[in-house]
Design a protein around this ligand. Structure first.
Ligand SMILES: [Fe+2]
Length: 360
């Protein structure tokens, strides 16, 4: 891609990312398109809108479509793509909610949510999990007081250990997309790409073998359901069965490889915080430790700003978050997040119908 279209964004200590700055005429065209969408639909999670998102995405300015398509097809070394320059007016989006359960009836940031869906539609299909944030497709990432010491996107005081999103699950997304509504303290998302990691051929071969277990992360735990008292006691209830499936994956995690794909340009699936250590004598244990050390060395920061959209290649990059002191004053960091699969069909056995985007 010509440098004039896609700039490499580098600052000292900051992640080098593939980046596109929206031009004023592109912002005008996007806002016109979003006005059509927000006048037709009540929510960016409307089923019809989600089905038609790929069509609306065709109406985004060509330079944007080309840049996102290039990110998808060339799989650049950075493994992240940042689009900036969309105007977010802080006074228009209301207070940062205290909890993702307390969404406003009509989202004050529906334009941003719809644009996140449209950009994601250039990469694939948005999906959600029955067991995460009440089955929402668009997640709120904001600090929640009672979660401040937890390993959750909604935590704050603990470093959120880097991971691939939903690394435990075979139907995890190919991309994680995030849109920033506010980030007053410049809290950094941490990112490292497998393409920057240097490990030996012997370690690569061990990491390609299924020695490892990854348990479900805390965001899928039953205690984080919107209202635990609403959860049916009927063991055949779909949500109850989904949580049972998560519990089974927690009790008996399958053995998987950490690396997969092409040995010379591997993809990665890892979540160290939720992995069990291997036996001392197992050489795969040291291979994993060396990989973790290398990723730590290569981890760098992206502090998203309002109006920025960040897409992380979940097959190639891990991400986490630096700790921060939340304000709980309505002005806290607030991101919107989606998961995007290149191919919805691979998860068909776990979705209710071919149009459904929720994995049960
Ligand atoms: Fe994550």
């Amino acid at each position: 891609m010509p440098d004039s279209e896609l700039a490499k964004h580098t600052e000292s200590g900051m992640k080098t990312v593939d980046k596109l700055l929206l031009l004023p005429e592109e912002v005008d065209a996007i806002q016109s398109l979003l006005r059509d969408i927000t006048s037709k639909y009540k929510s960016a999670e409307d089923d019809e809108f989600l089905s038609e998102a790929c069509l609306y995405a065709h109406e985004l300015p060509r330079r944007i479509r080309k840049a996102v398509n290039s990110f998808k097809t060339t799989e650049p070394r950075s493994s992240v793509f940042l689009i900036s320059g969309y105007p977010v007016v802080d006074s228009n989006i209301g207070r940062t909610p205290e909890h993702w359960k307390r969404k406003a009836e009509a989202s004050p940031a529906m334009d941003v949510e719809a644009l996140l869906i449209l950009l994601g539609a250039l990469l694939g299909e948005a999906l959600g999990w029955a067991t995460q944030q009440g089955g929402s497709i668009i997640h709120d990432i904001l600090p929640i007081k009672e979660c401040e010491n937890e390993q959750l996107g909604t935590g704050s005081l603990q470093t959120l250990w880097w991971h691939n999103e939903d690394a435990f699950h075979n139907y995890r997304a190919d991309y994680v997309g995030m849109a920033c509504l506010r980030n007053p303290d410049n809290v950094a998302t941490t990112i490292a790409s497998i393409d920057d990691v240097r490990i030996s051929q012997a370690d690569i071969e061990l990491l390609f073998e299924p020695h490892f277990t990854i348990r479900p992360d805390n965001s899928h735990q039953e205690k984080n359901t919107p209202d635990i008292s609403d959860l049916s006691a009927d063991p055949m209830d779909p949500l109850r069965r989904s949580y049972k499936g998560i519990a089974e994956m927690n009790e008996k995690p399958a053995k998987v490889s950490i690396l997969y794909g092409h040995p010379q340009s591997p993809y990665i699936r890892i979540d160290p915080y939720f992995m069990d250590p291997l036996d001392e004598g197992n050489p795969a244990r040291q291979a994993l430790e060396r990989l973790i050390e290398e990723i730590n060395i290569n981890l760098s920061d992206v502090a998203m700003q309002p109006g920025e959209f960040l897409f992380i290649d979940n097959c190639k990059a891990v991400h986490g978050r630096k700790p921060f002191k939340a304000r709980y004053d309505g002005a806290d960091r607030w991101l919107k997040r989606i998961n995007v699969a290149r191919d919805l069909r691979k998860s068909r056995s776990a979705r209710a119908n071919c149009n459904s985007r929720i994995i049960w």
